[in-house]
Design a protein around this ligand. Structure first.
Ligand SMILES: Cc1cc2nc3c(=O)[nH]c(=O)nc-3n(C[C@H](O)[C@H](O)[C@H](O)COP(=O)(O)OP(=O)(O)OC[C@H]3O[C@@H](n4cnc5c(N)ncnc54)[C@H](O)[C@@H]3O)c2cc1C
Length: 646
């Protein structure tokens, strides 16, 4: 492209490489050209219809392209446009959950004051723990409300998992167009699936731009927090480079992540091993694998993502596999995002919005895939028609990618249903297994020896480096930080005394007032909804609604009622029983979504996504107890407001 105005050929390339559903709806949105509304969705267009659409878009852009945003249309029109993208009608529940994903509002899914902002009690403050995706979202939400907050982050920079994980080829496995903030959109990703350092840089940029960075105390690790019942505030003990520090806050919103604490395995004989052992979440800067013999342990998302890159460096790789995974391809994974595409997103008003919506809509229909169809099974099916079709496609894919090597196919094919564990995206994993310098080892590790690994069948494999891609302490939630609520109750002791970590709507626990968790127990949506950044906004806004309520009412404490917590969790357990995750067919005993100690789903929200979205957006105030024990707040609820914010 030369100069500011791109050539017609450049514009044509941009349109031809674009998401044509998004092009069609964005063009219709701009022009109201009725003939566009009559076209089918891209998958159903014939060549002439596709050519017509492209010609119209090129012609319009040649005259009108330029930066700009479209206002959100009236809701009925918005719904019609959303239906045009997917080519089908949606129900009211779906529209309610999805319409803000289009991102026309400056801050979608964000809570606001119900009337004029009230005066806040002097010194009122929210402590946000963690500055990953969720912590930054929460900071921006609080900023929109004008509620003072400070973030405490144990690391030296923001980014969370994108700061922690620096293993070879680390990158997102959901398309970057959906893995960016709705309030900070249209980032010029260099690849369709952005690499770790780029996501880290994006998060740092957003944090700075929105003033979150300035309110973040880096190298501050929350060790202990105690609720002071007399004053309705949290006393927070932090470890900092200058020693221990104590701060107070009226609220805690924990954004400490599900994957912040690595699970580091211990092996028998570990101290004898003379090589190096590294965890993927503790990747040393100085680690050079060139010419080395390397063992990789674990083939979840991380292990699969890094194998190809390691195999290209190392002399020999032994890929230890305990549980086979369904490893599936993604369109445009590993491909650069063309400058034309970035130009289009920035110069075709509405295109980014409809592109993101279109990309998200790929996930809308996935819930059914996880439900067991007993009638289908009675007819000889395995799970349900769609799940079985996915299995057949993936089996073909495995055959193709392994070059038909039956020895590999037998070892890597799972005996449980696809979609029952976290989807693992193929970054050339199967192909890496066919390399001369890679061996797939399915025997378990018995112990380490001075020179390497002894497997269960007595073989000794000599290696220089052992890379453990063994995941995170997922089931422990917030651990190792300790939270002490009312009556001196410790959060982890409470969970341990029952059946593991639980929460009300993934966020609140009785006896822990003024305390919300984002990405808490049973909160990760399984299917059928927007990508993760949208959920952070929804959850942050749920917590913000609690803040708004008590501040508007001049109250100082909000807490979930025990009976609401119990009711919610028993409904959740019932719902979970319908999912393949909880069945033998779904490989229940090897699934990190499931807490096998207690035989229950723990990581996921089992609900149909639009319903779960409603649960997290429309607060059931009857389930919550709002009260007042802090005299400064009491003063605010009366006539006099002299204690108000200075
Ligand atoms: C390698 C990897 C790849 C992933 N890829 C994707 C993807 O492609 N798409 C997707 O949707 N999701 C992905 N995920 C899931 C990912 O966890 C979420 O998308 C998201 O980044 C999590 O954000 P978070 O803010 O909740 O948590 P985190 O990113 O984990 O951030 C939590 C922060 O809290 C800090 N913290 C924790 N405890 C304390 C404490 N006691 N005191 C102070 N600070 C504390 C941590 O240091 C960390 O910075 C991936 C996860 C991993 C591990």
């Amino acid at each position: 492209m030369s100069g500011d105005k791109p050539s017609p050929a450049y514009i044509r390339r941009a349109v031809e490489g674009a998401d044509l559903n998004a092009v069609r709806v964005a063009l219709y949105h701009n022009t109201g050209d009725a003939s566009l509304a009559e076209l089918p969705t891209a998958a159903k267009m014939d060549d002439a219809q596709r050519a017509l659409l492209i010609d119209k878009a090129v012609a319009w852009l040649s005259e009108n392209a330029g930066p700009g945003e479209l206002p959100e249309p009236p809701l009925a029109e918005l719904r019609r446009l959303m239906n045009m993208v997917t080519g089908g009608e949606m129900g009211d529940l779906e529209f309610e959950a999805r319409h803000q994903i289009t991102g026309f509002r400056p801050h979608p899914f964000t809570a606001s004051w119900t009337a004029e902002k009230p005066a806040l009690p002097k010194g009122f403050k929210v402590a946000v723990i963690g500055s990953g995706f969720a912590g930054i979202t929460t900071g921006v939400q609080l900023d929109v409300l004008g509620i003072p907050y400070e973030i405490y982050e144990r690391r030296a920079e923001p980014g969370g998992v994108w700061s922690i994980n620096r293993y070879p080829d680390v990158r997102v496995d959901t398309a970057s167009i959906t893995y960016e903030y709705l309030f900070e959109r249209g980032h010029a990703w260099s690849e369709y699936f952005g690499r770790g350092p780029e996501v880290r840089a994006y998060l740092a940029e957003v944090s700075k731009k929105h003033g979150v960075w300035d309110k973040t105390h880096f190298n501050h690790d929350l060790k202990h927090a105690t609720f002071d019942e007399a004053r309705d505030l949290w006393v927070i003990e932090l470890e900092t480079p200058d020693g221990p520090k104590v701060v107070e806050a009226n609220f805690i919103i924990s954004c400490s992540g599900l994957f912040a604490t690595p699970h580091i395995p211990r092996f028998e004989g570990q101290d004898e091993f003379r090589g190096r052992i590294v965890h993927t979440a503790r990747w040393p800067d100085d680690l050079d694998l060139k010419g080395k013999r390397v063992a990789t342990l674990g083939n979840g998302s991380t292990g699969v993502q890094m194998l190809g890159a390691i195999a290209r460096e190392a002399a020999q790789v032994y890929c230890f596999q305990r549980t086979p995974q369904w490893v599936s391809p993604r369109d445009k994974y590993g491909e650069p995002m063309e400058p034309e595409t970035i130009w289009l997103a920035r110069n075709f008003p509405g295109y980014w919005n409809w592109w993101r919506y279109s990309a998200t809509s790929n996930l809308f229909e996935t819930h059914q895939i996880m439900l067991i169809d007993r009638e289908w099974q009675a007819k000889g099916g395995l799970i349900n028609p769609v799940n079985d079709a996915i299995r057949a496609d993936l089996l073909e894919y495995i055959k193709r990618e392994t070059g038909g090597r039956q020895d590999l196919i037998d070892k890597v094919t799972p005996d449980y249903a696809p979609m029952s564990r976290r989807p693992v995206v193929d970054n050339g994993w199967y192909r890496a297994l066919t390399r001369d310098n890679v061996e797939l080892v399915t025997e378990g590790v018995e112990r380490l020896t001075p020179k390497g690994i002894r497997t269960a069948d007595g073989r000794e494999i000599e290696v220089d480096v052992i890379v453990t891609a063994t995941g995170f302490e997922v089931a422990k939630y917030l651990w190792p930080a300790r939270y002490v609520g009312r009556d001196g109750d410790d959060l982890h002791d409470t969970w341990d005394a029952a059946d593991g970590a639980r929460a009300y709507i993934g966020m609140m626990v009785p006896k822990f007032p003024n305390f919300y968790m984002l990405y808490g127990p049973n909160s990760q949506p399984l299917s059928g909804g927007p990508a993760q950044p949208v959920w952070f906004a929804i959850w942050a806004s749920y917590a913000a609604q609690g803040l708004v309520r008590i501040l508007e009412q001049g109250k100082s404490r909000i807490e979930v009622k025990p009976e609401a917590y119990e009711r919610y969790n028993s409904e959740l357990d019932e719902e979970a029983k319908k999912l393949i995750q909880m069945t033998k067919e779904g490989g229940v005993e090897k699934n990190y979504y499931v807490n096998n100690e207690y035989g229950r789903l723990q990581v996921n929200a089992p609900w149909y996504s639009p319903f779960y979205s409603r649960l997290c957006s429309q607060v059931e105030w009857d389930d919550l107890e709002i009260s007042n024990n802090n005299m400064e707040f009491a003063a605010l609820s009366g006539e006099s407001k002299e204690n108000a914010e200075s």
